[in-house]
Design a protein around this ligand. Structure first.
Ligand code: NAD
Ligand code: UDP
Length: 321
């Protein structure tokens, strides 16, 4: 039987590259697409020699054409780190809106099932904790993070409209903070920031007093959750994340212990609209997908630290933002 064909946008990024690996492992024909604005071809260079992998260098905010059949589309293209989307706010809004529209149109034309990468940021700075899917969120549309949060909220609304109006098969995953190998050391997210600083012997830059919380999910757990959601029959949003919540100060202390550095944490101003608390309610994922995270933070951090330590020294030293 010919292989099923899947298009993965954002393929050269952190999550997209892990998804490519997973679907190659499952013997799919994988078509990766990326404009490399925040991604890196080194994340997928090991796939280029395979006959069931193709790569298109393309900006999905422009019309997307893929010849041949398509059975599935995973739309993961979008800047994801606050410093990235603050640097390229218009592209961020475009890829969540125009990019999503282009891909939904492609899915409709090909009869493909489409899954979109949404985010816990649709909950903004939440006033309920943990966040269930029914919570509508607390987002400042015109604040600096609005370009990302509103793009993702629009993305969900557009996807739901294609489902209800056109009957397209769609899936929506709301991803909570995920970490692991292939994150960019200079992407500004807290984990690579802290580990990079520890490796360079710099102080760890804690924003605010560090009392804000996050809940960190190891990448392998997330990929498994996405895989199960794609093959479920549930079109409404599903949270995928690890509910093990921690303050950023405690997280910094864990990184200091893990890396054996004698560096201190210094406090810098808290970015505007930085959410004070975040923790997924994963009741739905458990019930619908039989999914829950398996990798503890201490295990996941060890693997991720080994990955960062194995990078060439020039990448560790390079921190242009
Ligand atoms: P990433 O920056 O590593 O990857 C994003 C990829 O998308 C990059 O390779 C980038 O070059 C590509 N891209 C961006 N705009 C594009 C465009 N217009 N056309 C084609 N390619 C484009 O980020 P990531 O952490 O892998 O995030 C992937 C997806 O998951 C994003 O949609 C993000 O919003 C979502 N997400 C991630 C997290 C997380 O914790 N990593 C949390 C919530 C949601
Ligand atoms: N953060 C920090 N120091 C850094 C980078 C981030 O204290 O060098 C904080 C940030 O203010 C936020 C948390 O860590 O409260 C997570 O930030 P990240 O950018 O990783 O993700 P997001 O805010 O999107 O959850």
């Amino acid at each position: 039987m010919p292989r099923k064909r899947i298009l993965i946008t954002g393929a050269a990024g952190f999550l997209g590259s892990h998804l490519c690996d997973r679907f190659i492992k499952e013997d799919y024909h994988v078509i990766g697409m990326d404009n490399l604005i925040t991604g890196d071809l080194r994340n997928i260079e090991h796939l280029f020699k395979l006959d069931n992998f193709e790569f298109y260098h393309h900006d999905v905010s422009n019309f997307v054409h893929v010849p041949g059949e398509l059975h599935y589309i995973l739309h993961f293209a979008s800047p994801a780190s606050p410093i990235d989307y603050l640097k390229i706010p218009i592209q961020t809004l475009k890829v969540g809106s125009l990019g999503t529209h282009n891909l939904l149109g492609l899915a409709l034309a090909k009869g493909a099932r489409m899954l979109i990468a949404s985010t816990s940021e649709v909950y903004g700075d939440p006033s309920v904790n943990p966040q269930p899917e029914e919570y509508w969120g607390n987002v400042n549309p015109v604040g600096p993070r609005g370009v990302y949060d509103e793009a993702k909220r629009f993305q969900e609304a557009m996807t739901m409209a294609y489902h209800t109006y056109h009957g397209l098969e769609t899936r929506i995953v709301r991803i909570f903070n995920t970490y692991g190998p292939r994150m960019r050391l200079n992407d500004g997210r807290v984990l690579p920031a802290f580990i990079g600083q520890a490796l360079r012997g710099e102080s760890l830059t804690m924003f605010g007093d560090g009392s804000q919380t996050r809940s960190f999910c190891y990448v392998d757990d997330l990929i498994e959750g996405i895989y199960r959601l794609l093959f479920s029959d549930y079109p409404h949003p599903v949270n995928i994340g690890n509910p093990d919540e921690i303050t950023i100060r405690q997280f910094g202390e864990e990184i200091i212990k893990l890396t054996g550095t004698d560096q201190q944490m210094i406090s810098l101003p808290l970015p505007t609209d930085d959410p004070k608390q975040r923790r997924p309610d994963i009741t739905k994922a458990k019930a619908l997908l039989g999914w829950e995270p398996k990798v503890s933070r201490s295990e996941g951090l060890k693997i991720t630290y080994e990955y960062f330590k194995s990078l060439p020294q020039d990448l560790v030293e390079k921190v242009e933002h």
